[in-house]
Design a protein around this ligand. Structure first.
Ligand code: HEM
Length: 441
């Protein structure tokens, strides 16, 4: 029997209603300590050791308790590949409406929580069919391969100019100087924001990320998120007023014009989904770039292999996505009572599929803990699966392929200055805080 799981009981203390987990939950449910055996493993994914390296916990749960009640995260952690896939594949059992369909005992009456939920609940990622179908169809019409291809040169120019600045110095913090600004600039420009506003936008988005990423760094996630969200909504409202007067070719203008069976998005829906695109297209890709480069530079043989065969960059990016999943987990809500691997799940409870664990499940992948930049096939679940499969996956892939290709071409010598960089203190997102490098052109 596993330590924190002994009775499968669920406390009835009021829980905050968080999209991807929250600091506040942590405050209510103090550290998830082993309760039965003193030598039992610490299964709390929010503890400092497990934030640094969550993979031993994932392995333990996959092998011994694949649907595990976590008191700290207030949900059922799902860790095996086949089960994570099942969660994504059965929207009639596993709802994405984590605000509307959560059991009342898990809800909060704090005004900040409601304010955040009212905007986030318009995001298509938090809606079930038929609302999801309508929103997805509208967004898909704007997020086309043609639109993406038109932006390829712009992305390359941004990559080159960020690297030019670093090259002159001979060193850089890869996160601060490259992995953070690149996706932020790209998505902000796609949405039609002005270049001069990007610093502000990054700051607001980061405050929202504190909540959505499930930060455990001492900030009050809901107040942070609300402050960031208010600024972003205000910003996009102004942009929308300008678009109503003069439409352009940016995503916001396309969203305003898109139609699904004669219906259009309301202005509130356009604003809310612009915030989603900005948010979803930003920290996720930062993590992909940082995590990928970290794994590559830690493994000189793989680095040599990729330098010798640059045509492998597409597969290498898939492997970076698999081995260090930038979004470690997501949340769904049970729509019915059912039993699963011995666990009794009740309607309205949260399920937390861990893509980061599924991606290292030996039942699916050979040598799952090793980086294999030529791995094929590589059916990782990093972008989710099924009806909510990430809409921005082609953009994230394009940015990462261009970035790694350019980086390796321009710098024959890239060295990690710190072999043990710090991970961000988040459970649901997975990324490095800093990645100092020395470069030689
Ligand atoms: C490495 C980068 C990225 C990762 C790992 C990632 C991951 C994910 C995951 C796991 C989901 C499904 C969530 C769920 O089912 O609960 C998702 C959905 C989504 N992502 Fe991404 N994402 C990335 C980049 C992007 C980018 C660049 C954009 C847009 C600019 C984007 C926009 C979206 C949208 C709109 C959805 C909702 C789709 C729907 O509900 O139908 N993502 N993403």
């Amino acid at each position: 029997m596993l330590a924190d799981h002994a009775l499968h009981t669920r406390s009835t203390v009021r829980r905050e209603q968080a999209p991807f987990g929250s600091r506040t939950e942590g405050a209510i449910q103090a550290h998830e300590m082993p309760t039965t055996k003193p030598d039992a493993p610490d299964l709390d994914l929010r503890s400092p050791a497990n934030l640094r390296d969550p993979y031993p916990v994932h392995r333990e749960l996959r092998d011994h308790d694949p649907v595990h009640w976590s008191e700290g995260l207030q949900g059922w952690i799902v860790t095996r590949y086949a089960d994570v896939l099942e969660v994504f594949n059965r929207p009639t059992r596993f709802s994405s409406e984590r605000f509307r369909k959560l059991a009342p005992r898990f809800r909060s009456d704090r005004p900040e929580v409601h304010a955040v939920a009212s905007v986030l609940s318009d995001w298509l990622v938090f809606r079930d069919p038929p609302d999801h179908t309508r929103l997805r169809d509208l967004l898909q019409k704007t997020f086309t391969p043609r639109h993406l291809e038109k932006n390829r040169d712009g992305i390359q120019i941004t990559i080159d100019s960020l690297l030019d600045r670093a090259a002159g110095r001979g060193e850089m913090d890869f996160i601060r100087d490259f992995a953070f600004p690149l996706p932020a600039i790209v998505i902000a420009i796609l949405l039609g924001a002005r270049k001069d506003d990007i610093e502000d936008i990054k700051l607001w988005s980061d405050r929202l990320a504190a909540h959505v990423g499930g930060a455990v760094d001492g900030r009050d996630n809901f107040s942070e998120a609300k402050a960031g969200l208010d600024e972003l909504v205000g910003y996009f409202r102004t942009l929308l007023a300008q678009r109503s007067r003069r439409s352009g070719d940016d995503l916001m203008s396309l969203l305003l014009r898109a139609e699904h069976e004669g219906e259009r998005l309301s202005e509130e829906e356009v604003i809310s989904n612009c915030v989603l695109l900005l948010f979803a297209g930003h920290e996720t890709t930062t993590n992909l770039l940082g995590n990928g480069l970290f794994h590559l530079l830690r493994d000189p043989e793989r680095e040599r292999e990729l330098r010798a065969q640059p045509q492998l960059v597409g597969r290498a990016v898939e492997e970076f996505l698999r081995i260090e999943c930038p979004v470690a987990a997501t949340i769904k809500v049970a729509l019915e009572d059912f039993e699963w691997h011995g666990a009794r799940i009740q309607r309205g409870e949260r399920l937390i599929p861990f893509m980061a664990s599924a991606n290292r499940d030996p039942r699916q992948f050979e040598r799952p803990d090793s980086l294999d930049i030529a791995r094929h096939p590589n059916r990782h679940l990093t972008f989710g699966y099924g009806i909510h499969f990430c809409l921005g996956a082609p953009l994230a892939r394009l940015e990462a392929q261009l970035a790694f290709d350019t980086l390796l071409r321009r710098f024959p010598h890239l060295l990690l200055s710190d072999p043990e960089p710090r991970w961000k203190p988040q459970v649901f997102m997975r990324g490095l805080e800093t990645l100092p490098l020395r470069l030689q052109a």
